[in-house]
Each structure stands twice: as C-alpha cells, then as structure tokens.
Design a protein around this ligand. Sequence first.
Ligand SMILES: [Fe+2]
Length: 372
Amino acid sequence: MRRIPIEYAREGDILGRTLYNNFGGMLLRGGTKLTNRIIIKLKKYGYYSIYIKDKYTEREVEEIIKPEIMTRIHTLQEELQGIIAASNYGKKIDAKDVNKNIRDINEIVNEIVYETIFNKDTLYNLHNISIYDDYTLTHSINMMLLSIVLANDSGFNMDEIKKLAIGCIFHDIGKTFIPIEIINKPGSFTDEEYELVKSHSEKGYEFLTNYTDLHAVSRNISLSHHEREDGLGYPRGLRGDEIHKFSKVAAICDVFDALTSDRPYRRALPLHDAMEYILASGGNQFSIDLIRTFSNSINIYSKDTLVLLSDGREGIVYEVNHGFNTRPKIKIYGEEGREVTPYVVDLMSLNNIVIEKTLHIFSFDMYSKIND
Ligand SMILES: [Fe+2]
C-alpha cells in the first residue's frame, strides 16, 4: 500500500484505506476498485492524495491506531469542540462535562502510548493517518504519535510520555475559540487575523486551566508549542531552556505533521523533504538534540514507497533496516527504464548507492499512464 497524489490514481487501482467523513461516516471502503468516476468524485471532495494498492504494492500496512479507536477519539474530540462552540454562543461551560470527556480521552491515549512504544514494527511504519477530512482533529492525533516516538527515543519515562501525549491531543484546542473561517483561510492573514490566530495558545491554556484537572506540564503544551529556540516564537518569546522539553518535542512534531499533510491550499510534502526542513531549522526554531533523535526515529522511507536509486534502478522500499532509515532493503522492478523480474537488494551492503528520490510511478509505467 502506498500514498499517491490523486492525479496518479488509475482506473483499476485498489483503494488502500477506507475514507471517512467528518462524522466518522464511511465515504469509500478500503478495497474498492477505483473507476474514473470515483477518482473524479474524490478530486471533487478535495482529496489531494489517497492510499492505493497496485501490482507493486499489494501488501497491507498495519495501522498504529485501529479505525474503531480513531473513531472513538474523534467522537470525543468533537464532543469537546461542541461544548466550546456552545460557549462561544453564551452557554456556560460545565467543568464536570469537560473532565468526563477528558478522562475518556486520557484512557484511550494511555492505551495508544503502550501500543506505540511496545510495537516497534508498527512504529517504523508510522504513516500519515489522514483518513479523516477534519484536519485539526487528525493532526492532533498524528502529532501525538510522532511525539510519543520522539519522547521515547529521547529517554523520557513512561509517566512523562503519557503526560506529553495527552497534552499533544489538546495542543490546538484554543483554535475552537477562533472563527473557523479565519482558521481555514487559504493564503495569508491580515495582521489582525494573525494576532487572533496566535491567541489560540493562550486561549487553549486558559480553557484547560479553568475547566480541567490536566497536569500543568500537559496544559503547558497548549501554551508553548509555538515558542522557538531563538526566542522569536509566541506567545511569550521564550528561548532555549526557558521552554519546557514537552513543548520542544511538540513543536517539532507539530510542524512535521503539518508539512506532510494535505491542506486545502497546499499539498503535502514528501516525508524526506519535510525532514530536510526540520533539520535545516535546527537551532533557530527547534532543539538540535531533539531533531537529531527525530531524524533517526522517524522513518522517512516507509514500506512500499517507490524510489529511484542513484544507479538508475527503480523499486519499492521492501523492508526497513531499523536504526538506518535511509538504507532499507529495496525490491527492484526496473533497470535502465526497463521492467525486470523483481529481486531484492539491501542498501546496507551497497555502500556506494543511495536513494536519489521517491517516485509516484515507475518510468517504464509512464507510457501506460499517459495512454489511460
Ligand atoms: Fe498551534
């Protein structure tokens, strides 16, 4: 299974993952054979990319979070948003309702923390799980997963990881207090709008402090996830060690997931480009120690990615070599632009060959694509 831009979807490809709408309702079941009509519809719905299985990538990719659990968290998050939205229209917020909701979410999050940490294999297949069209909710879950992995590899203890994870889920809760048209506005903000968007940090923190029993270090993530190492972040302009380590982890994972997700006005970056961006921003925006760990922890060439090697061979990432994320085993399908009988090579033992770039389609398949 692999993710492709919707333009590369072809009649006959099999949809790899079920697509859901905002309300957890099924839009299109995984396993559906795509027709041109369906592909046009998906484009209309605003999907930039989808997961497919084709003859090169028939394997299942295990999901870290089972769809039922995703739906459950999703429903709870929406309930909470509903409570806040009602307060925007004057209804009083009842701390009892909020705390019950948060306790339920916390229970699920704790389970996810265990799953993620103890299932190393799944962890190396960390995929972007944007199957819901509601960006804010999906993003908070993705960002939490990345944070769990980074925190675990940075030596945080279990209690810390749990507190970090629940804080990540609510890091952008303050956005619920800001008009949705502004949050989703494509293009740039006016100065006034930008100030309003930035206020989500303080608004979220205030809400969590007034209405929940969450631990201070968890709440602090909502306040400080936009601070930067160089002091140019907001809301307080903290620098270096003044920023809590949970917020430093959250900041990296927040940006990485945002860059690798499709947005209404911008297409997702490939994982390795997003990683380049993160590495290049080290020191100014992010903690150098953490991004070093991050680049080792997060696998930028996940299973079934199509790649071009520096010697001109084309293939798919067949198996990840744990700890050596840029040197996986590759199943070769093409040599010098011609299809060959598939065979596997291990980049760990081919020192002079590197992955040059990722592909959406093999060069020897181009012709059939154009004629479709
Ligand atoms: Fe934020």
